[in-house]
Design a binder for this molecule. Structure first.
Ligand SMILES: C[S@@+](CC[C@H](N)C(=O)[O-])C[C@H]1O[C@@H](n2cnc3c(N)ncnc32)[C@H](O)[C@@H]1O
Length: 282
């Protein structure tokens, strides 16, 4: 039962088909205002817009790797899942799996509803909530996935502790964020631009690139080895290098293949992800 995953005191489905409802955004008030405004834009083809910010072939490949770790009839939580595009093919790849997308900005979930259509409430469930206080029972998910979302949450430790709580023993957490690349830092310096590792971007939202600090924090909470993976080696929209980011692009497929050598190519990588298993209840 879907409802069994939600904490008893709480979450119900609202008239718009989305579970939960939050209006207090705490330390992310400013970010929510900016994102709500952006969600008012209409795009005829949403994947085109997404390909300006993410390499679709790279992330499609990462999703397949992640899904291989999920047992039959498993459940996944996507933190900051926004428009839900990572799951658009879930019914073809793994129809047995149920995905819960938790997202701070309700209007982003309305867009997800349009993009994901018939998958909603069958394979995918949309939840309006905050990752620092997940409305789910302990040991609910076989995997937790997050892409470029935890980097915007100032209270990272709260998120990581919540992820540990809601994961089942044996479940994998995969957390993709922007890499802190020394090569990029050098290029920024050469062009006289500020390379922000942690701070507020354009007075709009908080950003924290992934460093070994994140890895140590995860290690302290999960008490086991945390692996790093480096992806989006060729895709660098910040330098106007967005070739290959569209769905099924050949160049993008090469980029997804390069992730296998990401450790060697880490200075070139735009993303660094951390992967950790919950080995036992602590
Ligand atoms: C850069 S977008 C990435 C969206 C999506 N993961 C993707 O790969 O396209 C970050 C998303 O995280 C959401 N977010 C930020 N803070 C959050 C929080 N505390 N709880 C839940 N979602 C959050 C934002 O509203 C936004 O939709």
């Amino acid at each position: 039962m879907i409802e069994d995953i939600f904490q008893a005191n709480g979450i119900t489905i609202k008239k718009d088909g989305i579970y939960g409802d939050i209006s207090d955004y705490g330390e992310q008030e400013l970010e929510v205002r900016v994102r709500k405004k952006f969600a008012k834009n209409h795009f005829d083809y949403y994947l085109d817009h997404i390909s300006k910010h993410h390499s679709i072939p790279v992330m499609d490949k990462e999703i397949i790797r992640f899904l291989e770790t999920i047992p039959k009839n498993g459940t996944i939580l996507d933190i900051g899942g926004c428009w839900g595009w990572h799951w658009r093919k879930i019914n073809e790849i793994r129809p047995d799996i149920k995905v819960f997308i938790i997202e701070l900005v309700r209007s982003n979930l309305h867009i997800a509803k349009n993009i994901l259509g018939k998958l909603i409430d069958k394979n995918i469930f949309l939840v309006n909530g905050n990752a620092i206080n997940l409305p789910f029972n302990n040991n609910s998910f076989d995997g937790v996935w997050s892409v470029q979302a935890t980097q915007h949450i100032p209270s990272l430790e709260l998120v990581y502790r919540e992820v540990f709580r809601v994961l089942k023993v044996g479940g994998l957490f995969a957390d993709y964020n922007l890499n802190n690349s020394y090569l990029s830092k050098l290029i920024y310096i050469l062009f006289g631009k500020k390379y922000l590792v942690e701070g507020i971007v354009n007075n709009q939202f908080f950003l924290r690139r992934t460093t070994d600090k994140n890895r140590s924090l995860l290690n302290t909470i999960f008490k086991t080895k945390v692996r790093s993976r480096y992806t989006e080696i060729l895709f660098h929209p910040e330098y106007k290098l967005s070739v290959g980011s569209r769905e099924k692009s050949l160049f993008g497929m090469v980029d997804s293949y390069l992730a296998n050598f990401g450790y060697l190519l880490q200075p070139f990588a735009r993303q660094r992800s951390l992967h950790v298993l919950k080995l036992k209840v602590i």
